[in-house]
Design a protein around this ligand. Structure first.
Ligand code: OAD
Length: 268
């Protein structure tokens, strides 16, 4: 049977649920103006994210990788949470008052869920606004703009922009040991944080309703989370502009911008 698009039936399940997991991807921030990875706007200069979001790329040219992340930080700092982020945060508050639980598990690194007021949040891929020291592994929160003087006005995304070739001493440094820091995000080929994975696994096992919002469901392990919940017989609803490889595994599919569909689904 193809997934249902019956919003009234889904809203009844929302009202009856006691423990809701909301899995989100780049699409939840698209209406804030943050580019997604796999649609138009997925490129920075001539690079796809997969080419720069690796430890090998950072070791080879830390200046170039920092330019890319500096650009992404600066873009996000000009953006605001959209109605989808806000609907999720308000839903959590409302259910909390009723003694119920809502947990957001996001693949996004833009912190827009935090800024919208979401409290129970697992950031599977880290945050653009954290740094990790390559030397002492210290993790620090950092909202500086620019993150260091040498990156000011660098990181332009156009294909003809020049590689800034910033000397490593002038790139962002650790407050504790002065070592080179890297962006506090999980890169391709790296394992997710063990604690986050365990926490996410527990929520996915215990939830009685799951929403999967704005993700192409192609990057593992997050891509298998919602299908696993559906396989336990728990209702899962996908909110996306289009079908994904996981759509046929879910009971509900609501096509359209989640800034419209989520407020409809989650409002009192
Ligand atoms: P993608 O860019 O792969 O997918 C975005 C999804 O959002 C697509 O399925 C779009 O159809 C959908 N979408 C876009 N705008 C939408 C809107 N307004 N409302 C609803 N849906 C919309 O992003 P992710 O699935 O998040 O990993 O990508 C997963 C991971 O791959 C990212 O976290 C990142 C990336 O490489 C790392 O950086 C480790």
């Amino acid at each position: 049977m193809p997934p249902s698009a019956d919003m009234e039936t889904f809203r009844k399940l929302v009202n009856a649920a006691k423990h809701v997991v909301i899995l989100t991807g780049a699409g939840v921030s698209a209406e804030s103006g943050v580019p997604t990875f796999r649609g138009a706007g997925g490129y920075w200069r001539q690079f796809e994210a997969q080419q720069l979001a690796t430890l090998q790329a950072f070791r080879k040219n830390p200046s170039l990788v920092w330019e890319f992340y500096h650009y992404r930080r600066e873009v996000v700092l000009t953006k605001e949470p959209n109605p989808a982020h806000l609907a999720i945060a308000e839903f959590e508050k409302r259910l909390q008052h009723e003694g119920k639980k809502v947990v957001v598990i996001t693949q996004n690194v833009d912190d827009l869920h935090v800024r919208a007021g979401t409290e129970k949040l697992i950031r599977l891929h880290g945050s653009l606004f954290q740094t990790k020291c390559m030397n002492c592994s210290d993790i620090a929160v950092n909202f500086d703009s620019p993150i260091c003087p040498a990156l000011k006005d660098k990181g332009k995304p156009d294909t003809n922009a020049e590689d800034a070739r910033i000397p490593v001493e002038s790139l962002p440094r650790c407050q504790k040991c002065q070592g080179l820091v890297r962006p506090g995000v999980i890169w391709f080929g790296e394992n997710l944080n063990e604690g986050d994975l365990t926490a996410a696994g527990k929520e996915l096992e215990e939830c009685d309703l799951c929403l999967v919002v704005g993700t192409s469901s192609v990057v593992y392990p997050a891509a298998m989370f919602a299908p696993q919940v559906a396989a336990r017989g728990v209702p899962v609803a996908e909110f996306n502009l289009e079908s994904t490889p996981a759509t046929s595994r879910f009971g509900f599919h609501f096509e359209g911008p989640c800034g419209k569909t989520l407020p409809q689904a989650l409002s009192p």
